[in-house]
Design a protein around this ligand. Structure first.
Ligand code: ZN
Length: 194
């Protein structure tokens, strides 16, 4: 299934401190890295994310994103460190962080991840205002002549994928809509066609 239909493999790492839940750590990431033939996209929902960048690079991870709320003043330094390790750097915000807080990192980050649910739990319902947040960020990236990609994560299904793409999202992260489907490969195709 890892190599079945998706373009990337998105891995949600939760530390029980930045978010009130624990998902998995390096033993699972190692196991995935051994079989993955698609790029690994690691979303760090952890405090002090910079502790893990070198180990993720050593695993062959392609993209690493960390939360602006967790990094604060270290955000630019984190982006530079991830890029210096040969990976793409992404900055993530939860739904309660104003989207313009990302604007200073246009031209620095390779991608931005807008959470369309609150980080930390799967199976939440898509927050409709996320569409406006995606289009506001897309407009600002275009206005500044940037080329960062926009990723969206949380409650993504075939019924909102088309609208998200139209609003300017380039990368759709799907959890429940794929993994809880009877036919995960068909669910991925439905997202692509939406
Ligand atoms: Zn994620």
């Amino acid at each position: 299934m890892l190599n079945a239909g998706a373009d990337w493999i998105h891995l949600d790492v939760m530390d029980g401190t930045f978010v009130p839940n624990i998902s998995f750590g390096f033993s699972v990431l190692d196991a995935v890295a051994k079989v993955a033939r698609k790029p690994m996209d690691v979303h760090l929902m952890v405090v002090r994310p910079e502790r893990w960048f070198e180990r993720l690079a050593a695993l062959g991870v392609s993209c690493v994103s960390f939360h602006l709320e967790a990094a604060g003043r270290r955000t630019s330094a984190n982006i530079a460190q991830i890029q210096s390790l040969g990976m793409k750097a992404g900055v993530v915000i939860n739904p309660d962080v104003p989207v313009n807080r990302l604007f200073p990192y246009i031209g620095k980050a390779d991608f931005f991840l807008i959470m369309s649910v609150f980080a930390g739990f799967g199976g939440q319902k898509f927050i409709p205002e996320s569409l406006e947040r995606v289009s506001a960020l897309r407009s600002e990236i275009e206005r500044r002549g940037g080329n960062a990609l926009i990723e969206i994560d949380g409650g993504v299904y075939a019924d909102n994928a088309g609208a998200l793409h139209k609003a300017g999202a380039d990368i759709l992260v799907a959890g429940s809509s794929v993994f809880k489907s009877q036919d995960p490969i068909a669910a991925i195709s439905a997202l692509r066609e939406a």
